[in-house]
Design a binder for this molecule. Sequence first.
Ligand code: SF4
Ligand code: SF4
Length: 424
Amino acid sequence: MTDLSRPTAPAAPAASAASQPGLQPDSHTATTPPPLWLLAELTYRCPLHCAFCYNPLDYTDHHRELSTAQWLDVLRDARALGAVQLGFSGGEPLVRDDVEVLVEEAHRLGFYTNLITSGVGLTDARLGALKEAGLDHIQLSFQDSTQQLNDFLSSTRTFELKQRVATALKRHGFPMVLNCVLHRYNLPHVDKIIEMALALGAEYLELANTQYYGWARENQAQLMPTREQLEEAEAVVARYRRTHGERCKIFFVVPDYFETRPKRCMNGWGAVFLGIAPDGAALPCHAARGLPGLALPNVKDTPLREIWYDSDAFNRFRGLSWLKEPCRSCDEKEHDLGGCRCQAYLLTGDAANADPVCDKSPFHEQVVKVVRHAASAATAASPQAAAAHEQPILFRTDANSRRFSSAACASGEAEPRGNNGARS
Ligand code: SF4
Ligand code: SF4
């Protein structure tokens, strides 16, 4: 899995709905552009247990998956709306046995398709079938360049399997994005991660610093790096870009906690991105499930066109009219649109507030405190002193997820955290 707010696969070919037989461009409104990127989260099931997984903490509450026929309808409806780029994600999408069917239809419809996978389940036979079905691209995740850390952070023994999968997918002629989520533990290995990507023949390497939503938010105290670690890693990346940039394009996604202006999240709410969760809930951003009071429409009972153009969820933070101060009167609002709604909620308790990464936000100190805490934990005199700053890593497991389920929260067995409430 990866930072899905910033797709790094090669740009999709400039296809349009009108170019496909039987598809007409949607002409609902001149003011709202159509979605360009569809993310089909086929399942929340996954054999890995990553400490930074972006899936919702209570994913076990949403385990009922759309059927193959329902997914096929989603693909056709999204393409008719104008979407051109399609990611199959999860969880681990390959736990479903219909991925090949979906890829084939997506290819027929004219989507540029990308499979986002941990590699588990990507057998030689499935690679051949996916190639034949017309899959364009594969994004394979690693947790680190070392077996020890890769296996620890995913709580599985998958490092060698991933290496074999990388070799096999090149043999089948797929272009590959190798993805690695970065944090305090593997930032010092960035040179080795790049060397591994080069050795495996990756055309693209996405080094995505952890975004603190979902499980990563729960493990923030453990994962947050120091500014020095980031600066050193950036210097390494710059060096490799100079020497190997032709062979492998390296993306380095900076964590916004270290900035003073927020990212233009999702390139605008309801602007280009349309996510569909395993149970059919439509997501304006992949972390939107954690925003309270945002009723997510579902493709099982609402047409996709209505969801995109008319639903409250997709209109709530669209454009600029909803902005509160200090964003409303800010001369930079066209640039960042007030930043990330989920981050605003997690750190301030109100999703309509300015993203507190911004130093004009009255809540910016929340972000500064987290960065300061990471620095003090990293410079503690001894591992024991460091441990005093830490809490055990919470792995993404069904048992842990059930602690955040609505039933557990309602009965008082679990305190809503992370996705469910602002914390200082
Ligand atoms: S557990 Fe890991 S591999 Fe599985 S969906 Fe989450 S981040 Fe991806
Ligand atoms: S005040 Fe709001 S619009 Fe202005 S820079 Fe900060 S987040 Fe962006």
